[in-house]
Design a protein around this ligand. Structure first.
Ligand code: CO8
Length: 260
């Protein structure tokens, strides 16, 4: 299977595994990833997700160029739409998604990492949107999410040149949030996932929604989204438990339930 999913103590690991094509995304892989994203979103026992690539040289080396080379314009639109829907499903997931970028994250691979909430990279990781070199634009949301993450200047630099960034440069411009020696990346991603998995699932979901509103709305609307989500935390049970645990100097035990 080109996509494997494992679950352990509230953390799921999703691995894209097509060693013959450096984990490139063909239609089948996109469908399997979408299936996995939908299943994990519906599984309340999964509280954080780590997404990575199989093997040790690639996260995902892009959309599959063999498959794309034969597409008609309408098929290309549908391919782009299915890829974009996958990225949106990951963003809308109730749990945090952490990309553990263990090698090439190019084209659709960089876009897949950008659809995750947080990106951690190995020191051998490489990032870029090389589509211009194939005479196409990015098509899985890269032109949109890249500027939102690193600003229009860096987005244009990458999209217009097709140049590839090393992991240290990706860290410097804020494309990734952490950089680790290759053999430590997985453990670090799992450690972050476990920390997030221990938080209130209710507050986690509201935090994701509130930060997403910053990109989708003006400041006043975003602040009112924040205000209502903040108040909703007080209608659930986790807020009382979180604050009591702090005051009683003990670890909290969350139920993740909203108020009735
Ligand atoms: N698609 C299909 N096969 C690939 C891909 C890919 N994206 N990347 C690598 N492969 C294959 C190679 O063809 C090769 O296969 P084979 O052994 O049969 O020749 C195998 O994987 C190993 O690759 P290399 O021998 O090239 O490995 P190197 O270590 O020499 O090079 C690179 C690694 C630099 C990553 C190189 O493989 C490369 O440049 N790959 C292509 C990167 C790229 O351009 N990605 C962007 C693709 S476009 C895209 O993602 C658009 C997304 C939006 C689509 C919207 C819908 C229309």
């Amino acid at each position: 299977m080109a996509v494997q999913v494992s679950r352990d103590e509230g953390v799921a690991v999703v691995t894209v595994d097509r060693p013959e094509a450096l984990n490139a995304l063909n239609s089948e892989t996109i469908a399997l990833l979408r299936e996995a994203a939908d299943e994990l979103s519906a599984d309340a026992s999964v509280r954080a997700v780590v997404l990575t690539g199989g093997g040790d040289s690639a996260f995902v080396a892009g959309a599959d160029i063999v498959e794309m080379s034969a597409l008609t314009a309408e098929e290309a639109r549908q391919f782009s739409a299915r890829g974009q829907a996958l990225m949106s499903a990951m963003e809308a997931a109730p749990q945090p998604w952490i990309a553990a970028v263990n090698g090439y994250a190019l084209g659709g691979g960089c876009e897949l990492a950008l659809a995750c909430d947080v990106r951690l990279a190995a020191d051998n990781a490489k990032f870029g949107q090389p589509e211009i070199g194939l005479a196409i634009t990015p098509g899985f949301g890269g032109t949109q999410r890249l500027s939102r993450n690193v600003g229009a200047g860096w987005a244009k630099y990458l999209v217009l040149s097709g140049r590839i960034l090393r992991a240290e440069e990706a860290l410097r411009i804020g494309l990734v949030q952490g950089l680790y020696p290759k053999d430590q990346l997985r453990a670090e991603a799992l450690k972050l996932a476990a920390e997030m998995a221990a938080k209130s699932t209710l507050a986690m979901r509201y935090c994701k929604t509130a930060v997403a509103a910053a990109e989708a709305t003006d400041l006043a609307t975003g602040q009112s989204v924040e205000q209502y989500l903040f108040s909703l935390c007080f209608a659930g049970q986790d807020q009382g438990e979180g604050m009591a645990a702090f005051l009683e100097k003990r670890a909290p035990s969350y139920e993740g339930r909203g108020g009735s």
